[in-house]
Ligand binder design. Structure first.
Ligand SMILES: Cc1cc2nc3c(=O)[nH]c(=O)nc-3n(C[C@H](O)[C@H](O)[C@H](O)COP(=O)(O)OP(=O)(O)OC[C@H]3O[C@@H](n4cnc5c(N)ncnc54)[C@H](O)[C@@H]3O)c2cc1C
Length: 460
């Protein structure tokens, strides 16, 4: 006999736990299923561990810059990877056990540990136990793509999951993929002391960003001693002594790069391939993402998909917003939509790249008359005081409506600073809301009004 619940939540990523707690609080008996560590990618192998490591890497980098700031450390900085990783595990572990305790102690929530598969539109099997519910919420997330290239099975490949567990320093880390995940690891491991080579198939890194963002970040990474191979497709992998040989089809440089470790950072795929979606009739797109409407509803009434598995956002904040959308509709009578959100994220290199809304390329393609404000960090006094003059900020404005279209704050603190622009965009207010504001001196943010007082037409 199946065990009957009002709701079943599959996955305890960034949407599931909050939703389960809200459903239970509203009186719905709720089963929560988790096959791995509680808290999902962000907590265990994504945001929290990587940002903890980025913080260690930055502290190490700053210690090496003592000469610039007027101090000496009494010798070379020695990095103890076991301690770096212990700090990371302590911080990320606390979050994971916090989610687990929360789920196990929430009245009205029953936790099942195991792999869940749908067996029909209202039923789920976990380790042989049959569960039934009128509402099923999928929050199963995604995992790293490991491309089917010759030799992939013959060498020890790292993904974000494996590299997080490594507590030794790779002598030479080869990062395949010059985008967000790969570049955060590339810079931090270079700062920890590894030799690092990035292999990127495009002709620039972070190809979704504007050209000057890619070029500036490239020169920052190269200045730190990272070897970046562009227009280089990774074609084959083979064991080498010691480590791994990567054969790359390169426009420049040798075709074989030998390293001690290889990190695959070439994209993510949804965890929907072994979820029984076909048994329930839930539609997916060609890449396996669950197709949802603006309210996270799938093709099957009574089944929702939230977070990365619905392909509508690849971030913790978008997954959490999906929870707010579903809880708003089911419990609060508050209609919220996926399309309400403005694209925003940060790439946590140092300096970070804070991004909101459109790029220059997208603004041009939109056919609008666009104004642009630009400020290099060399012309921001706080940045000079901090010896952090790499990067720039830029905002794009619709010349007719005066609305902000997008911005990049590629600067120390850029991940935080971008929110002053983002909030004005959410308020649907004109850019003059900021250009006429008085900001605190001396800050990086203080130059945002100045930048917006000097807008120029975007060259065609
Ligand atoms: C290295 C890295 C760094 C990142 N950094 C950032 C960042 O700085 N900022 C940011 O916003 N985003 C970042 N992300 C992305 C972010 O981690 C994800 O977008 C976010 O965690 C997605 O949340 P989710 O709720 O969709 O799924 P997840 O967090 O992936 O959770 C899914 C859960 O479902 C479970 N599960 C899957 N299938 C089943 C099943 N069949 N049965 C039972 N349980 C199942 C999994 O075990 C997992 O616990 C990063 C990602 C990576 C890889």
């Amino acid at each position: 006999m199946p065990t009957r619940y009002d709701s079943i939540v599959i996955g305890t990523g960034q949407a599931g736990p909050s939703l389960a707690a809200r459903l239970a609080k509203a009186g719905r008996t709720t089963a929560v299923v988790e096959r791995g560590r509680f808290g999902g990618t962000c907590v265990n192998t994504g945001c929290i561990p990587t940002k903890t490591l980025v913080a260690s890497a930055r502290a190490i980098h700053m210690a090496r810059r003592g000469d610039e700031f007027g101090f000496t450390t009494g010798g070379p900085v020695h990095v103890d990877m076991a301690r770096v990783k212990a700090r990371m595990h302590a911080i990320a572990g606390q979050s994971s056990t916090g989610v687990e305790r929360w789920m196990k102690q929430t009245p009205g929530v029953t936790v099942y540990e195991g792999h869940a598969r749908l067996t029909g539109p209202r039923s789920v099997n976990v380790n042989g136990a049959e569960l039934e519910a009128g509402e099923i919420f999928l929050n199963v997330g995604a995992r790293a793509v490991v491309p089917d290239i010759p030799g992939a099975a013959a060498v020890p490949l790292l993904t974000n999951r494996g590299i997080i567990e490594l507590d030794t320093l790779p002598e030479h880390l080869i990062v395949v993929g010059g985008s967000y995940v790969g570049l955060e690891f590339a810079q931090m491991y270079r700062r920890f002391g590894s030799r690092v080579t990035v292999i990127e198939r495009g002709d620039r890194i972070i190809p979704r960003e504007d050209d000057d963002v890619s070029e500036t970040l490239l020169s920052i990474l190269q200045a730190e001693g990272i070897d970046v191979r562009l227009s280089a497709t990774c074609l084959a992998l083979a064991p080498a002594s010691p480590g791994v040989a990567v054969t790359a089809d390169c426009a420049q440089g040798p075709a074989v790069v030998e390293g001690s470790h290889v990190l695959m950072a070439v994209g993510r795929r949804p965890n929907t391939d072994d979820l029984g979606l076909e048994a329930a009739g839930v539609a997916t797109d060609a890449r396996g993402f669950v197709v949802v409407d603006d309210h996270c509803r799938t093709s099957v009434p009574g089944i929702w998909a939230l977070g990365e598995c619905n392909g509508r956002g690849a971030f913790t904040h978008t997954a959490y917003h999906d929870f707010e959308i579903v809880a708003g509709a089911l419990l609060d009578g508050d209609e919220r939509r996926i399309t309400d959100r403005i694209l925003c994220y940060a790439l946590y290199t140092d300096p970070p790249v804070g991004r909101v809304g459109m790029t220059i390329r997208e603004a041009r393609a939109s056919g609008r008359r666009v104004l642009v404000g630009y400020r290099p960090m060399t012309k921001v006094s706080r940045a000079r005081e901090m010896s952090e003059t790499q990067g720039f900020m830029r905002a794009l404005v619709d010349a007719d409506t005066k609305q902000l279209l997008g911005a990049v704050v590629f600067a120390v603190g850029g991940d935080e600073i971008l929110h002053s622009l983002l909030d004005v965009m959410y308020a649907n207010a004109p850019y003059t809301t900021i250009s006429r504001a008085v900001h605190v001196h001396p800050t990086i943010s203080e130059l945002i009004p100045t930048m917006l007082q000097d807008l120029k037409p975007l060259p065609a």
